[in-house]
Design a binder for this molecule. Structure first.
Ligand SMILES: Cc1ncc(COP(=O)(O)O)c(C=O)c1O
Length: 403
């Protein structure tokens, strides 16, 4: 196992930290895929030593882990500066596992009213059934503070939020939460470990959808929870018994993706900023939502906590009038005129993907209900991939000319 050297740069850690050839005499350069459901124990005594944590064996059954999975966890720990990590079968599962680890029936959680819709659905349709109380508040520290009750056990938020890329003052949030003895859980999928490390600010648990930047190739679904040894040990127990451990093939794919994570992420940061600045100046664009554009009212806060703005740019196109209907027509026309980005779910991979929240994540609501949720029909979420930014701008130019 190549251990993490925190003094090394981001690319070096992405490529080397965690790699494990298991002492194989052939010394494979890449961590092998341990395709096994079970592990051998030569003697009952060895099994006993394992159960009593007196051996360095990883698991007796692959639902509790494989060396391929542990290698991925070690890499993620090196990138996030975490004591421990538990990878999961999806980003959703990372959030569920983290919440089911720290919350009990009757406990209260404060969260933002802005974020990935699937997470909200999971909270409202499922976690609420088990007696978890959830308050949704605007993306504002004072609103979070005001929603806290004596039963509040957890504050959960995305950093930055999907789809408007908003931030809160993380250090101040941690200071407040610690004073109140409330745990903090940050879904840092959209910042990625290159742009922000919330654990270094004192956040208790961080989750990632590895499906996004970390794997980066739009070909795998996976997640991770990172934090202290003590908390992750508990997450690991939940994960093992819920059966949400990713198999070795999936872990191999994600580890492979991570080797180029740092170079990809730097290019996402650069290219998306170019696209955001182009859109900001375009007369047919009403508003651009991107952490590092000049018009962002949160620019100073975003610069304080993010090293880069990431690859996702959300923007609203102008309709003929200010109605939701005109906005929907304009955003639809633009999407259909674009040639490079693919219309599809997900984001943060090498292929540019375009998402129309009103007819995708919020398809089951009417225009008025969507607006109440803060989703404008003229909104487009553009995940800027790694195609040449000149080509992306030229594509936007021709498409905007058509609407
Ligand atoms: C911010 C954020 N967190 C979590 C998830 C869920 O991740 P996964 O699809 O890997 O379960 C998503 C999915 O789009 C997301 O946007």
């Amino acid at each position: 196992m190549r251990k993490n050297d925190p003094k090394k740069g981001f690319s070096t850690r992405s490529i080397h930290a965690g790699h494990d050839n298991g002492g194989d005499p052939h010394k494979p350069l890449v961590t092998p895929i341990y395709q096994t459901a079970s592990y051998e124990f030569d003697r009952v005594e060895d099994l006993w030593a394992f159960y009593q944590k007196k051996s360095d064996r990883l698991a007796e059954y692959a639902r509790y882990g494989t060396p391929t999975q542990r290698a991925l966890e070690e890499t993620l720990m090196a990138l996030e500066g975490a004591e421990d990590c538990a990878v999961t079968t999806s980003g959703m599962n990372a959030i569920t596992s983290a919440i089911c680890t720290v919350m009990n029936a009757g406990d209260h959680m404060v969260t933002l009213n802005e974020g990935y819709r699937g997470t909200f659905k999971m909270f409202d349709q499922h976690l609420a059934r088990f007696g978890l109380k959830i308050s949704y508040v605007p993306v504002d520290l004072e609103a979070i503070k005001a929603a806290v009750t004596p039963q509040t056990k957890l504050i959960f938020l995305e950093f930055p939020t999907n789809p408007y890329l908003k931030v809160v003052d993380l250090a101040e949030l941690v200071r407040f939460a610690r004073e109140k003895k409330i745990l903090t859980l940050v879904d840092a999928t959209l910042s990625s470990p290159l742009n922000c490390n919330p654990l270094s600010l004192g956040v208790d648990l961080v989750t990632h959808s590895l499906t996004k930047y970390l794997n980066g190739h739009n070909d795998a679904i996976a997640g991770a929870v990172l934090g202290s040894k003590e908390l992750i040990e508990k997450v690991r127990s939940v994960r093992g018994l819920f059966g949400s451990n990713p198999d070795a093939h999936l872990c191999y794919l994600v580890s492979r993706g991570i080797k180029t994570f740092a170079v990809r992420m730097r290019e996402h940061n650069r290219s998306a900023l170019v696209v955001a600045e182009y859109l900001e100046k375009h007369p047919k664009v009403e508003k651009v939502w991107y952490p590092f554009v000049k018009s962002n009212t949160q620019l100073a806060l975003a610069q304080k906590y993010l090293k880069g703005g990431g690859g996702v740019v959300s923007f609203q196109v102008k309709g003929k009038d200010a109605s939701q209907e005109a906005g929907l027509r304009a955003s639809t026309a633009l999407i259909e005129a674009l040639k490079i980005p693919t219309l599809g779910a997900s984001m943060c991979g090498v292929e540019s993907l375009i998402h129309q929240p009103s007819v995708m994540s919020y398809y089951d609501m009417d225009a008025a209900a969507r607006l109440k949720e803060g989703i404008y029909d003229n909104l487009i979420r553009f995940s800027v991939g790694l195609e040449d930014s000149d080509d992306i701008i030229a594509d936007l130019e021709q498409a905007l000319a058509k609407i």
